[in-house]
Design a protein around this ligand. Sequence first.
Ligand code: TQI
Ligand code: ZN
Length: 167
Amino acid sequence: HYSFFSRRQRWGPTKTNLTYRFSSSVQVVGLEELRSACSSAFKRWQDVSHFTFQEASEGAPAADIVIGFHRGNHGDGVQNAFDGPTFAHASAPEDGQFHYDADENWSLNPSSNQIDLESVAVHEIGHLLGLDHTLDIPEAIMYPTFSYGIIKRNLHPDDVEGIRVLY
Ligand code: TQI
Ligand code: ZN
């Protein structure tokens, strides 16, 4: 069953169009590939919620969500350093940080030793919107297990129910 963060963080009622931009400290995949994976992942959540997602235009004021590749201890606290088994993380609302670990092997179309950019984006966007982990439904996007070579991009009815209940 879906769950929320302990303080039930969510985006404010007037925040329905969320903007995002890309900003990496390490170049790992081309911007076009990253854009393609993320826009497809956002579209999945947009299709089932009241949110719309748009890439912020050049020179626009601060975006709500910032997506990028970083390595090791990258400035958001040692406990958030990329060193162990973590390959990405995202913050709870309304702090829209989404970081991919630059030292993993990423792909739009993963072979058995690569990680799927879009599958991870669908999961991390769930966190960005306020969903915590679903512990009892392995098919849910918010179930906390994922590995190399796996493509798991489709929202499960439990993920959809979670976002609808929260908002
Ligand atoms: N990163 C963890 C995750 O996204 C980081 C994390 C742990 C976290 N607990 C959290 C983030 C609570 C926000 C809120 O779950 S990860 C998966 C999963 C990871 C894990 O690199 O371990 C996916 C990244 F959960 F499926 F295993 C992507 Cl899909
Ligand atoms: Zn997670």
